[in-house]
Design a protein around this ligand. Structure first.
Ligand code: FNR
Length: 367
């Protein structure tokens, strides 16, 4: 009854099919946002407030989507972000994303709370494929130090420290469905895990709510990987990140799964780029965004506004859960096709051509 994958014409098609065909518990965990899901909804809707200012009569016969992010080359300015519990959606788990990412030359971020073990995901890597590590910081810093140094040894090229989750948000859809033990392969403390609270809560009790700026120099002392703060949400913290010598920040609200009424990443981007420029810091740090990116135009808007790249979460999970590797490859190709066409239509031939002059942000500007 599933349509052939060739009948998925955009990323939202995968979401529709996933909603109809996925196991209820898996759908609940992947699709849910915090509280009333206002931020979840606005993450995508916010892109509707930005318009393009295309250039005409530019020779756009050749389009090049390639770029570098954190010193790593990529065929596109988007990456597969870290999402926990891949086996909820596909029995093979995150390695499905690894294989698809290899085929499309896309970078993959490995989550701390993957269903596959970290080593399985690294072992699934082919050729000079690039992976990054997403880190939830453990209360026991020795455990964290081992995870980070092991990842570096195994070739991970960047460390993304999640800073927007001192406590996991309330995702009520997920809380209503039962924790699926088989999907998790994570070191949870059996005695303190409350399995009635949904998958998210059940696996996250080790995360340290005491994590603070004071810990940043320690991370810099234990690894040579570039460090990214995942989940910055205001200009003041972006400035602070530069002053702490952090390599990059990701403007993100965790896909609307943490603080409801946190602002969409694309809106925070406008504020942050203005502040960085005012301080003369715009070349001192790379800026990324994620949340609600579903179209080539969404990616284009973010890059024009100053982002180095964007993360994509749920669409690849839905593609993986419905059509496996083929689905994820198809989703990546659709995004590439959209992006190439959109570039042509705004009159840009390569990523470095993109700048603020191509967008009208009048409806969201905060300066
Ligand atoms: C996430 N996200 C996430 N982030 C993180 O730092 N560690 C994690 O373990 C997870 N797990 C996770 C699971 C699921 C099911 C989702 C949907 C998201 C957040 C993720 O990295 C990213 O910020 C958002 O997914 C981006 O929003 P979109 O693309 O899903 O709209």
């Amino acid at each position: 009854r599933m349509p052939p994958v060739s009948q998925c014409y955009n990323l939202l098609d995968f979401e529709d099919i996933a909603r109809q065909t996925m196991k209820k518990t898996a759908w609940a965990y992947y699709s849910s946002g915090a509280d009333d899901e206002i931020t979840l909804r606005e993450n995508h809707a916010a892109f509707h407030r930005i318009w393009f200012r295309p250039k005409v009569l530019v020779d756009v016969s050749r389009i090049d989507l390639s770029t570098t992010m954190l010193g790593c080359t990529s065929s596109v300015p988007f990456y597969v972000t870290a999402t926990a519990l891949g086996k909820l959606g596909n029995p093979e788990g995150e390695v499905v994303l690894t294989r698809a990412a290899y085929r499309e030359n896309v970078i993959q971020m490995i989550p701390t709370l993957a269903s596959c073990s970290f080593d399985e995901i690294v072992d699934a890597k082919q050729g000079d494929q690039i992976q990054w590590l997403q880190l939830y910081v453990n209360q026991d810093r020795e455990i964290t130090r081992k995870i980070v140094q092991h990842a570096e040894k195994r070739g991970c090229r960047a460390l993304w420290i999640t800073v927007d989750a001192p406590q996991l948000g309330r995702r009520e859809k997920d809380m209503r469905s039962k924790y699926d033990e088989q999907a998790a392969n994570v070191q949870d403390n059996e005695s303190t895990v409350d399995r009635s609270q949904g998958a998210a809560r059940a696996i996250s009790s080790f995360i340290d709510p005491a994590l603070s700026w004071k810990d940043i120099p320690w991370f810099q002392s234990i690894t040579k990987m570039p460090i990214v703060l995942k989940g910055v949400q205001r200009a003041e913290d972006a400035i602070k990140a530069v002053e702490y010598g952090v390599d990059a920040i990701l403007l993100s609200n965790h896909g609307g799964r943490q603080l409801d009424f946190a602002r969409p990443g694309i809106e925070v981007l406008a504020e942050v780029m203005t502040a960085l420029r005012q301080h003369g810091y715009e070349h001192k740090i790379e800026v990324y965004i994620d949340g609600g990116i579903r179209r080539g135009t969404d990616i284009l808007k973010a890059i024009c506004m100053g982002a180095k790249g964007v993360g994509i979460g749920r669409p690849f999970l839905y593609a993986m859960s419905t059509y496996g590797e083929t689905g994820v490859v198809r989703a990546m190709q659709l995004l590439k096709d959209e992006l190439a066409m959109n570039m042509r239509l705004i009159g840009a031939t390569k990523i470095s051509d993109l700048d603020e002059s191509f967008v009208d942000v009048g409806s969201i500007a905060t300066h």
